[in-house]
Write a protein that binds this ligand. Sequence first.
Ligand code: DGL
Length: 266
Amino acid sequence: MDIIKDRPIGVFDSGIGGLTVLEKLYEACPHEHYIYYADTKNLPYGEKDKDELVEIVRKIFDFYQQQDVKAVVMACNTSSALVYEELADDYDFLIYPIIQITAECVADMGFKRIGVLATTATVESHAYLKSLVEYDRHLLVKENACPLFVSMVEHRKEDYDEEDEDAIILEYLDPILDFRPDKIILGCTHYPHLLSKLRRFAKKNLFLNPAECFSDYIKKDLEKAGLRKTYGVLRTDFYVSSDPQMFKKNASVFIKMKDLPELLVL
Ligand code: DGL
């Protein structure tokens, strides 16, 4: 008999950003079978338009459908902003979009002024602003796009020295600090990889990594649906749409990977 609880969970992003979510999912739901798809061939998502991204993410969802997943975690803010509503009703599995769920959690935390750092596409969509004020219409929100952060994470040493990085961080961070926020949401899953650098310019606890409340929400929601696996060994199958060696090298700074990810172009 097929037990739905035993089916895998899809987790995807354009690259290593989604690993910031995956590592928190490992803590929250340590018995699951994850299928991580890193769409590095199409990176950066944050510079794409909506139609392009809908087409790309539909193929990822179709792949997950073939894998018979019980849920898909959109560990990518840009696709949650631009694609979630387009595809939400087309699939039978549970879908967890990071922005919409983070907004629900943050609106409950009692802040008055929220800063958001995110990709160009996410900021232009105002998905954070819209979702946050849906839960708390008194919240003041300021969003700022950080177009170079994703490439700083994916191509670290090769393209940027410390001085370049500091100048870029200050350019993006300053307008948000001027707004005097209670919290700054790292609204792209790549950005928590930059936390140690960001903390040189602002108080450590000013930044919010959505992966924490997001994974906690997913744990509770799977539980509620009777779909959380509480037995068995954690397993992750990794797929990448270009250069498996490079992905393994970049990912290994953050996560242990025994084997090379499988190359899969959708
Ligand atoms: N990490 C993704 C996000 O959360 C996508 C970044 C990109 O590819 O531009 O938005």
